[in-house]
Every structure is written in C-alpha cells, then in structure tokens.
Design a protein around this ligand. Sequence first.
Ligand code: ADE
Ligand code: ZN
Length: 344
Amino acid sequence: MSFASPEQRQAFIAGIPKAELHLHIEGSLEPEMMFALAQRNAIDIPFASAEEVRKAYAFSNLQDFLDIYYQGMNVLRTEEDFYDLTMAYFRRIHADNAIHAEIFFDPQGHTERGVAFSIAIDGILRALDDAQSGLNISSQLIMCFLRHLSEEDALATLEKATPYLDRIAGVGLDSSELGHPPSKFTKAFAKAKALGLKAVAHAGEEGPPDYVWEALDVLKIERMDHGNRSLEDPRLVERLRDNQMTLTVCPLSNLSLCVVNDLRDHPLKKMLDLGLRATVNSDDPSYFGGYLNDNYEATASALDLDKDDIVALAKNSFRGSFLDEEAISRSLRDIDDYVARFDG
Ligand code: ADE
Ligand code: ZN
C-alpha cells in the first residue's frame, strides 16, 4: 500500500520498531565528539572546526573513506572515550525507534596504535549494558578483522578476545575489499566458528560476486554485509534467496562511496522484489550523512517504497538478527501491532 503523503511516510518510518545490523561503532564518531575527545586527550587533529571536518568527507571510493576513518579513530584513547562514543550512538538510534543493534568494532584499528584491546571492548560493553538498562535497547557485539592486514594478525586478535568470548556474538570482515578476498581469512574464520562465534563478512560492496561466493562457501557466514554486486550473478541471487541469507544493505554509504551514483539507481527495491532478505542500515552514520531512519527515508523517497516494503525491511532486520527465536517473534508481532495502530 502506498503512502498518502511524504509526511505520512516519514511518520510511518519514524515509528516502526527496527533493528540495526550493520554499524561500525567507530563510524558513529561525530566531528563534535572528535573535537571534544581530541581536547580531552590533548591530541592534535588536522582540522580547525567540526564544519571543516565535515567538508573533508567527500569520497570517491571505499579507500578514500577508510583513510579518513582510521585517522578519525585516533582520538579514541580511554575506556571512557569508547563508552561515550557507544552511548552517543545508542541515544541517537533510540530517537529512531531502534530497539536492537548488532554493532561492529575494529579492535586492530586500536591495538595497532597502542590502545589495548581491553580498553576498547570494556568501554563498548559498559555502554551495551547501560543501553539495555537505561534505553531498553538490546544489542550484540561483532568483532571485525581488518582485511588489509594479515590472517596472522586476525588470529592474534582472536586470541586477545579469549577472555571476552561470552560477550562477543561473532566475527566480521571489513576494510579494503579489493585485493583481499574472504578466502584470505579461511583459518581465522574456521577458528572463530570452532569457538562458537557467528560469522559475517563484508562482500560485494566493491568486490566481485566471487567474493560473495567465497564468504558463503569458504567462510560459511551467517549474514552478508552489503552484497550489492551479488545481483550481477543470477546463480548467486538464487542461492541467497533460497537460503534467505540476510543482506545488510547500507544505502547512504553506497551513495557516499560511489557504489551507486544516484539513490534512484540503488538496488534495494530490486533485492526485495527478487525475494532477497534485504535490510537497511547506516554503516558509518557520521561519515555518510545519516542514521537509521535517514537511510530508510532517503531510499523510500528515491525508490518510491510503499508501506509493505518498509514493513518487510523492518521485519527483515529482526529475522536477520542474532536474537533468539522468541525475541524475533515478539518484535515481528510488535511491528504488526504498530501497522494495525497506524492504519487504525
Ligand atoms: N569499515 C567501516 N566501514 C566500512 C565499509 N563500508 N566497508 C568496509 N570496511 C568498513
Ligand atoms: Zn560496513
């Protein structure tokens, strides 16, 4: 069913319960917080103002962004910094009616510059606990390996995570995709799975369909991050559809990193029409110009998504989550109740 007006669409999107499944916590560092933390930690940053930082956020590809993203996280030094960063994200998505989030963090981005694994994860975990008790947002933590680094480095990071395995839901794979196929991390993912962790991986953002196949068949992932380029391979589409593999799609990220040149060309609607389990996510909201509802709203407007599409996307965000069956069913019922009330 289509919306009576853009305002009605906006209100529907704003209120529907939803989950975020693709969010790099370091990518939620707003320029204002970057300045505040630089001051608190007496770190020089090469910008004069938050506006100047925002002006520097013009990217032509993934690597352009990653260079600035790794530079930005340099202000994160203490447990308090990681706590403040993570709490700010939760407060922000609370306003978007997100009730669950599965959050990536990049430990190697911190240990590489001398910040201990425990400092980063202790601050993040404390915020996860406070978001549950104070905001009623449930969450899980996914530890990503940086794919431009070696598999040995990934294995050493997995070792560092040993004391935290009961608080880490899974492992992921991010950073520069081209030239770093999923199969580079076969052993690290096998080890993580043997430890009882779930597995996800970025694939098909810039990389070819072969990388998506590898993520499925070699890394044996449970969820696909991005996956846009899967649509180039009809056999792969069939496989993703038959397995109801969740795709964590990030529209404003795709626009910022020139994965698509115009949101009107974004494949999200096509994915839904093909029967794929697509979801909407923000990726690195402070760098790409929008949080969760901004991503829903921008794609709904560009692709003329109707109410059924929005409901499907919100439901998929729970179906594709690592919540237990009971929590998923409850959230799906909450969505049905919301729709009935909204129509009512
Ligand atoms: N790290 C943070 N955001 C990323 C993205 N969109 N792709 C790959 N690595 C990332
Ligand atoms: Zn990402």
